[in-house]
Design a protein around this ligand. Sequence first.
Ligand code: SRM
Ligand code: SF4
Length: 536
Amino acid sequence: MTDIATTTTSLNKFEKFKAEKDGLAVKGEIEKFAALGWEAMDEIDRDHRLKWVGVFFRPVTPGKFMMRMRLPNGILTSSQMRTLAAVMQRYGDDSSADITTRQNIQLRGIRIEDLPDIFNRLHTVGLTSIQSGMDNVRNITGDPVAGLDADELYDTREVVQQIQDMITNKGEGNPEFSNLPRKFNIAIAGGRDNSVHAEINDLAFVPAFKEDGKELSSRIFGFNILVGGFFSAKRCEAAIPLNAWVSPEDVVGVCRAVLEVFRDYGPRANRQKSRLMWLIDEWGLEKFRQEVEKRLGKSLLPAAAKDEIDWEKRDHIGVYKQKQPGLHYVGLHIPVGRLYAEDMFEIARLAEVYGSGEIRFTVEQNIIIPNIPDSRLATFLTEPLLERFSIDPGLLTRSLVSCTGAQFCNFALIETKNRALGIIKALEAELILTANVRIHWTGCPNSCGQPQVADIGLMGTKVRKNGKAVEGVDIYMGGKVGKDAHLGACVIKGIPCEDLQPILQNLLIEHFGAKPRQEALVTNSLVSRAQLTVNN
Ligand code: SRM
Ligand code: SF4
């Protein structure tokens, strides 16, 4: 491995502080920080190293930290949900939680003095927030309906858990992977609809069958590997095929090998050029693949001729039959992923009373409650919580995604979540739609809200209006998810947010078949009059 400490002169400031003291070291200092208080802490420990245990200092709300969990495959139990809700409850109105675009959850309002108690509680219910920020591997995403969907090709749950255990030493923290050149994203698709956005991950596995070569038409299941996908303020790339296929048993080994190569050879001089794709650019795909094979200790087979992603992406909102006879999973829409403690207690209760106690998150920031029997379904659907967390929201609301934005994120150039909800409500009041349109908001070019995968993506920026700097957006279009996924591009720049609604209205009419309600009313009444005439 590269001796990071000896080459500090060519390193950026993040590499320097990582070389001085590993981020994971703060795990042993939590009691000390709790006693000291946030104002007296060393600034680098507070603002950066705490992210190695999933605790984020928020300059927007100093003293009220955010905690980012790890939820492999986006799955948690009702008792875990209740524990998270209880952590938040003590902070009253200061606290909220957000389901993230990586099937995960973040809690807000956390005070440093409570961390020892919070970590104990998390540990008791088998939850961890370890290595969920900064130069670590992020939450590993898997198929949200793994093990439930009759059409699935592979149940991703176990392998996702194994990868997390390998990377984090079963949630205890793993110094082997605590000093990567930059963040790293891994996703495993198990169905035909690419429900994890494989193409925007540094490393992704997509289902693919390989001819076994011995018997005619006998096919073995495995995954084609994609590498190098990422978004950043400077550059956005879809992942490219490594021309390699692996069987499920080798997935964890490949993850380890790729991470070792990235850790030891990934560029560290310029933080804007440190993601995996920059190393692939420097080396070329062939050399990268050879280095991965060296670490793996064996050759990788060439990719299968085609992968199995041949469906449009599903959003899982609504009621669906499971592969287990008599059971259903129900997807609830959580507006922009925002939850409060009382919502989380209630979701936990519903999952226990009607299902098996399991709760799942999707990358669209919604939840799924699985394992609801036929006999309980009708009563479940009358629960008051479903009035707010609908199973049948409006066609724009349904697919709305938003990053955190200015309310809590200091990178943000604009407010996102509340604005997104307000504009969608106004658009739905004005327009009649016939299909859902996926609108994603992101508060700055870091693209946490993934505007490049959306039908319409809105990226926060500052624009000038009447001589003043105001909040605005650049508009992206053409993102395609599921089968033949590809990234959208910026089509309109610098629209002040206050002028956005009519522009979105026109885009929806011109490109997505929306009709103004007034016009639709007139047309409908003409149609019904015409029908009346025919019937008479
Ligand atoms: Fe992100 C940094 C929120 C998914 C690209 N992201 C941040 C920080 C930590 C910045 C900060 O310290 O304030 C944000 C925390 C704000 C807060 O208080 O919530 C933040 N990112 C999020 C979340 C919560 C957005 C959401 O509302 O869902 C997502 C958390 C995922 C998780 O559970 O781990 C989130 N971030 C993403 C994604 C989407 C994805 O993974 O599919 C991306 C683009 C994909 C990618 O990374 O390639 C993304 N976040 C970034 C970047 C740009 C990375 C780069 O290489 O330059 C930053 C800035 C950075 O890391 O320096 C960033
Ligand atoms: Fe913050 Fe920007 Fe990410 Fe939104 S896109 S959460 S504003 S860093």
